[in-house]
Design a protein around this ligand. Structure first.
Ligand code: DON
Length: 309
């Protein structure tokens, strides 16, 4: 396939692969620690073609925190802004993604934003459905539509591996329940959240999801709206302010693309009105972002002038 980014992507991948040596695969979710540290893959979707520079369309990985963008959009579609933002705030924390610190120091004690774990757990409790199966079916349908890939599902082993070891997230949930942010059964909510995080995609899926968000929530291949324009705008704004956690400020300066990372090493990028980007590189920096993926986005942004600022 001819792709105008093709040759550049190959060179950029070669350039950034060296950084994978400096990173670490996440090991607090045992099933993720099995990933191949030196992997780097990228896809760009421009509305016509998807191009890959490395890896292949069959390389699957789990969304992890990238799912937070999608549950936020769905919760906003389910309930509207007033209800969602009564449970979760709009401010970056400057803290690691799993920190509990600000839950205790903020009054009222609601999580500061929907991209940190506490905020995402509160958002997950808002997804409509009479059972976890129904909630997950709704979320999976949404992800399948956004990516144009009807076969997307979740990885049961990764979900179980996280569920069995997620005591930090349990602590966040107990804290929020005590303070009235959530009222759910904690194990039920954690079951849903870990399955949401274990939804499996490849770079092409991520690039198409990024493209849909970049294009006001339009279907990546067909001509209809999946996410209302206002919600797509709001979600992209969170990606800029909180999408890379306590690296979001530097990322905005160096890259300037609305993006969201996950500890599996995925990053989705949405360049407004332009391309969607999907990245996979499981070697992470100390803040939990793909080390080679961040460098790659920096190179892409500089080469194609992708910064929104
Ligand atoms: O809740 C967790 O810790 C994981 N399921 C997701 C965290 C994550 O992906 C943070 N991203 N860099």
């Amino acid at each position: 396939m001819v792709c105008r980014y093709g040759d550049d992507l190959k060179l950029m991948i070669e350039e950034v692969r060296q950084y994978t040596k400096e990173g670490k695969v996440a090991d607090y979710i045992p099933a993720i620690s099995l990933a191949n540290k030196s992997d780097v893959a990228v896809a760009i979707y421009d509305g016509n073609d998807t191009c890959f520079s490395e890896g292949n369309s069959n390389q699957l990985f789990t969304l992890q925190s990238i799912s937070k963008v999608l549950t936020l959009a769905l919760a906003l579609m389910d309930h509207g802004e007033e209800i969602v933002f009564s449970k979760v705030g709009m401010e970056p924390t400057g803290d690691p993604f799993n920190s509990i610190a600000k839950l205790e120091t903020q009054v009222p004690s609601k999580p500061l934003n929907p991209m940190i774990n506490a905020g995402a757990l509160a958002v997950s409790s808002l997804i409509k459905g009479s059972s976890n199966d129904e909630k997950l079916d709704r979320l999976l349908s949404f992800v399948r539509e956004l990516s144009g890939n009807p076969s997307i599902s979740f990885n049961k082993d990764v979900a179980k591996s996280e569920y069995d070891t997620a005591d930090l997230n349990r602590a966040l949930l107990y804290f929020m329940k005590q303070h009235g942010v959530i009222s759910d059964d904690i194990e039920e909510l954690l079951d849903f959240y870990t399955k949401q995080c274990a939804i499996e995609v490849n770079c092409e899926d991520l690039a198409k999801i990024g493209y849909a968000l970049a294009h006001q929530g339009e279907h990546p291949d067909k001509n209809y709206s999946i996410v209302p324009t206002e919600i797509a705008r709001l979600v992209k704004t969170f990606m800029v302010t909180c999408g890379m956690y306590n690296a979001s400020g530097e990322f905005a300066i160096r890259v300037g693309i609305p993006a969201k990372s996950g500890v599996s090493g995925g990053i989705v990028g949405a360049v407004p009105g332009s391309i969607g980007i999907g990245i996979y590189g499981p070697a992470l920096d100390e803040k939990g972002n793909s080390i080679a993926g961040m460098k790659l986005l920096q190179l892409l942004s500089a080469k194609y002038r992708l910064s929104i600022f």
